[in-house]
Ligand binder design. Structure first.
Ligand code: NDP
Length: 283
């Protein structure tokens, strides 16, 4: 990499940020495409997000990805908001216009469907109910993406039932909150998606009992450290097809890269392999 004053810049903002894999993805694509660009990571203290964004208006940064805990603030900081960011109630991409404007988008839902398309070919979001574990920001984006793709019903299973009910109320009749113990919670499901941030340590909740799910269902876990989570292992033991969270990360980064650097990332670049090696997950 040969940085000059003409190098096109983008980055990711979050707190904490040192774990972010976004610089690995974007810089690998920049290198493979031979573009004069660089992608950096910015850690930011809570309460400083709005000032940070306003300071970048009309400057040289093409755009930023936004991760926890700033995704809701990112939506509020923008002048223009895409329909899918509005539906998700959060933004993970901000693009800076030369006129000083800021445009917000949310590509997490696109990343989720990209992961299904890559790892469960033939899966159709409109083919049956989605069972979604979690009711936070990522779950909200998943609901928006699946409804948009024609999913007939979304069942929310969350530790805090009231939060699932609030989320369901935002989306209308096709989304409802259930308890994991409700009979038939998994019956007829086409997809089971884990959007919970429950840790994976000894205190972590056990993976769901998938015995009530049809064996034709596809299970997906947004967590990708490790790649084969207890959720995915339990689903595979039930005979379900599985989709891991790394392709969602890659899938949300593709449209962001295109917005920042003016062209899609080169398809031939093996960013998944590069990240897997970095995570010590390479076969
Ligand atoms: P939020 O903090 O907004 O939501 C967290 C959710 O996890 C809540 O539903 C919460 O339930 C649930 N939860 C947390 N701890 C537990 C626990 N011990 N037992 C049961 N449920 C628990 O996080 P996000 O929605 O933003 O992110 C969720 C996950 O998705 C994260 O792991 C994140 O890294 C991942 N993610 C992955 C992406 C990818 O590209 N692969 C993209 C975006 C997110 P409650 O309401 O009861 O607190």
């Amino acid at each position: 990499m040969n940085l000059t004053a003409a190098t096109r810049l983008a980055g990711v903002v979050g707190n904490p940020i040192t774990h972010s894999l976004s610089p690995v993805l974007h810089n690998a694509w920049l290198e493979a495409a031979g573009l004069d660009g660089a992608y950096l990571a910015f850690g930011l203290a809570p309460g400083r997000f709005r000032a940070f964004v306003d300071g970048l208006r009309g400057g040289t940064l093409a755009g930023i990805n936004v991760t926890l805990p700033f995704k809701t603030e990112a939506l509020a900081a923008a002048d223009r908001v895409s329909a899918r960011a509005h539906a998700a109630g959060a933004a993970n991409v901000l693009v800076f216009g030369t006129d000083g404007s800021v445009s917000a988008d949310n590509t997490d839902g696109e990343g989720l469907l990209y992961a299904f398309a890559r790892q469960a070919p033939g899966f159709r979001p409109d083919s049956g109910p989605l069972v979604l574990y979690g009711a936070g920001g990522a779950a909200r984006g998943a609901v928006a993406a699946f409804l948009e793709a024609g999913c007939p019903e979304v069942r929310l299973l969350n530790r805090t039932r009231a939060r699932a009910e609030d989320l369901a109320a935002r989306f209308g009749d096709r989304v409802r909150a259930l308890n994991t113990t409700d009979p038939g919670a998994l019956s007829g499901a086409a997809a089971l998606v884990n959007a919970s941030s429950a840790g994976l340590g000894p205190d972590a909740p056990p993976p769901p009992d998938f015995s009530g799910a049809p064996t034709t269902a596809v299970a997906m876990d947004m967590t990708y450290r490790p790649l084969r989570t207890p959720f995915l292992k339990a689903a595979a033991a039930r005979g379900l097809r599985t989709v891991d969270g790394l392709d969602m990360l890659i899938g949300q980064a593709i449209p962001a890269f295109t917005a920042f650097f003016g062209q899609p990332p080169p398809a031939a670049a093996d960013v998944r392999g590069r990240v897997l090696r970095l995570l010590g997950e390479a076969p």
